[in-house]
Write a protein of this length. Sequence first.
Length: 288
Amino acid sequence: MKPIAILTMVYDDDIYLKIWLAYWERFVPRSNLYVLIHANHDHYEEMARGCNTIRIARPQVHVDLEVDRWRMLSSLASSLTFMFERVIYTDVDEIIALDPKNGSDPVEHVLNRTEAVISPYGVDVVEPAELDLPPIDLSRPILSQRSFVCSSAPYSKPCITSEPIIWSKGGHYSDKREVFLSEDLVLFHLRLFDRGVYQERSANRRAMVTDPGTGKVIEGLGGPSWQRTNEFERYAIKASEPMRKIRFRKDRAKWLSSASQDEQGFWKRKGWLRKELHRIPERFETVF
C-alpha cells in the first residue's frame, strides 16, 4: 500500500464516482481510496467494493449543513495525516491530473513533493454551447470528448495535505497561510462537462433546496450552483487552438499575491472564474 489516502464523498453521483474510481485505481489499489457515502449506501458500497467505505447519516437539510459537512471532512482528512504521508480530498466531480510533460503518475509526484499543503490549479471543463457534441461516453477518455476549459481560480483548492488542516465550506480555502500552488498539477472540475449529466444533477440539487409548499428556493441552503438550472450560455470559446500549457498566468499571479485571513481564520486567495473557454493541450486528452 502506498503511503497516501485519497478521499471523496458521494450522494447521487454515479457517473462521477465511476470516473473518479476508474482514474485513481490506475495509481493506487482501492485500499488507498476512501468513499464517504451520504445516501443509497448499499448501491455505492457495491460500486466502491474494495475501497474503504464509510456510511454517513443524512441529516435533514438545514442552513449549516455544508458547514458541518466540511468540518467533518476536515477532521477525517486531518486524522488520516497521522497514518499517511499524504492525504488528498476531492469532491466526486473533481479529478487531479499531472501534466504529462512531467510524468504520468500524480500520486508519485505528490509523494515526492516536500510542501505541507499543495493546491493544483483549478479549471472548469465545460461543454461549449457553440458545439453540438454527443453525450459523454464513459468507455472513452473524458478529456478527448470535452477538451475546453476555463480558468477557475476558486477551484485551486488546498486539497493535498501532509498535516492536519481545516477547510472552509466548499474546500476552497483553509486555515493554512502557506500553500504551494503547483505548476504541474491541474484540478479538472467536471460539473459542466456534459449537458445531460448537468441537467439531471441540477434538477436533483434544486429540489433539495426548494420549499415543496411554495415551490421557492430556500435561501441559504446548499451552494449557489444548487439553485441554477442552465449555465452553459454564459461560456464561449475564446480560442480553439490548443494551449501549450494550462497556465492562466494572470489568474495564477493574482491567487499567489492575494492571501488574506478572514474573521473565521481561513486564508482566502482571490481569483476569477472566467467564462472564456480554451482548448487544453493535446497531451492531456488521454489523461482520463
